[in-house]
Design a protein around this ligand. Structure first.
Ligand code: FAD
Length: 452
């Protein structure tokens, strides 16, 4: 007798998708009637909490990527970009790439865990000129950019141009923005020793945040601690400040302060000269979701209390791409890895319940705490109801995130990177990662000429 296997297809190999696959493998990994399939653009899980440390050169690039084939050994993996999800025909279609043909995969059950991408809120010039902090490529590009700016500034004679090389603007005061700003300052101060004309006072990291606070989600005391500590280190945090444009040379900002200290002061528009703007100010679900026939709100998949997409039994949406309202605040949960993994566990349980015809479980979220590092061996953490700040919070951050890396050799590599950083300076080699760099003709200048 030929049995029809039931196929569970997971879309996305991020925190939500990988955790869901691991849970399903422990339940169905050896079940001949269930086939587990995952499709993702990259063949690795990116450990985003350590991404800013790759950008600062503290951790080696490959140490924070975890091959999916190593973590999910009982799941058939397709590396590819998903073009379309058809929940009526129960079909997922992949874009054909290069020599690969376009593939269609049929499913019986689906888990959509496609995460999010950077949201520029329609500002095309910012999108074109800004650096981002979402992918491994982003971190590598940013590190090389920072070193390049130091190289350019070291020999620049035009003071205005030199200043714009050494001004770094980070937009967004959330996890990604604050951790990036802290790490960036660490990198700049460490690398500076090799640039004899650049002094500490020349380096500027500016954080722009539209809200009146940084790190929303943390209690006010901890967020204020972070702000004060970072300010003491020379990071200029400007709250209630929105970016309106960035042309690659100047960023224009607008004050959102309704009650300015000085009502006569009309300088609500400001210009900062910089060559490097790092945009971390928001995320939006990927286009594949927006294009799909799944019901969406603000681009995210609308789900019920069992995490099933509205109108489609057996189709789950989890992580950053799913819209689940916090029952207490009636606001969406923030996009975090912790929530993505908690949802993945419940989605796996509910798939098991459907297959085994048992009761499904409602998703209820209980935060285990939150942590952020702010540079120079300092951080903030809420942990089992306790508020911790400074060195101990930083140490807890390191221990917890190290324990969360699911592959032993990567854990050891990250640990060694941290250990090496205690004794040696960071590598300031600037890698040119483009296949071919065009030769540009520049005007030959006299020694006294200060136009570049
Ligand atoms: C710099 C930074 C620092 C962060 N720090 C923290 C932190 O300290 N703590 C915390 O809890 N959270 C943190 N986060 C947030 C956390 O990374 C996200 O909330 C989490 O990754 C969401 O998991 P996810 O599985 O929903 O999405 P993701 O992890 O983004 O995974 C989505 C997956 O889908 C794939 N995908 C997307 N579109 C397609 C397509 N069309 N075809 C094929 N594959 C596709 C992607 O390649 C990816 O593998 C941080 C994020 C960033 C950027």
């Amino acid at each position: 007798m030929v049995r029809n296997k039931k196929k569970i297809v997971i879309l996305g190999g991020g925190f939500a998708g990988v955790e869901c696959a691991r849970q399903l493998e422990s339940e169905f990994g050896d079940d001949p009637e269930i086939e587990l399939v995952m499709v993702s653009e990259d063949n690795f899980l990116l450990f985003t909490p350590m991404l800013p440390q790759v950008a600062s050169g503290m951790i080696e690039t490959r140490h924070i990527v975890l091959p999916i084939r190593t973590i999910c050994q009982k799941t058939k993996f397709y590396e590819g970009k998903i073009k379309n999800v058809d929940p009526y025909g129960k079909l997922v279609t992949l874009w054909g790439t290069g020599d690969k043909r376009s593939i269609s995969i049929h499913y019986d059950f689906l888990v959509v865990a496609l995460g999010s991408e950077t949201n520029f809120f329609g500002m095309a010039d910012v999108e074109k000129n800004a650096y981002t902090m979402k992918t491994l490529n982003d971190a590598v590009m940013l590190r090389n950019r920072v070193i390049d700016m130091l190289e350019q500034a070291e020999n620049e004679t035009d003071p205005i141009l030199r200043k714009s090389f050494l001004n770094f603007v980070v937009v967004g005061g959330g996890f990604a923005g604050i951790e990036t700003a802290g790490e960036l300052m660490d990198l700049l101060l460490d690398a500076r020793k090799h640039y004899h004309t650049i002094h500490k006072r020349d380096l500027k990291v500016i954080v722009l945040e539209a809200l009146p606070i940084i790190l929303p989600g943390f209690n006010e005391k901890l967020a204020n601690f972070a702000k004060e500590k970072m300010t003491i280190r020379g990071i200029d945090i400007r709250l209630q400040t929105a970016v309106t444009s960035f042309d690659g040379n100047e960023v224009t900002t607008k004050s959102l302060d309704q009650n300015p200290k000085d009502p006569i002061d009309e300088t609500i528009v400001d210009i900062i000269r910089t060559k490097t703007l790092i945009w971390t100010a928001g995320v939006t679900p990927v286009n594949t979701i927006k294009r799909s026939m799944l019901k969406t709100d603000r681009g995210k998949v609308v789900i019920n209390e069992f995490l099933e997409a509205q109108g489609f039994q057996g189709v789950f949406a989890i992580g950053d791409c799913a819209l689940f309202l916090n029952p207490e605040t009636k606001k969406p949960f923030p996009p975090t890895a912790q929530i993505a993994e908690a949802q993945a566990k419940v989605a796996a349980k509910n798939l098991k319940a459907i297959i085994k015809n048992t009761e499904k479980e409602k998703f209820e979220y209980h935060s285990k705490g939150q942590m952020a590092i702010i540079g120079k061996r300092s951080g903030i953490a809420t942990f089992f109801g306790m508020n911790i700040s400074g060195f101990w919070a930083w140490l807890i951050w390191r221990n917890i995130y190290l324990s969360k890396i699911p592959i032993l050799d990567k854990k050891i590599r990250v640990f060694l990177d941290w250990a090496i950083d205690l004794f040696f300076d960071r590598d300031i080699s600037r890698l040119k990662l483009m296949k071919h760099e065009e030769e540009k003709e520049y005007k030959v200048l006299d020694e006294v000429d200060d136009v570049w």
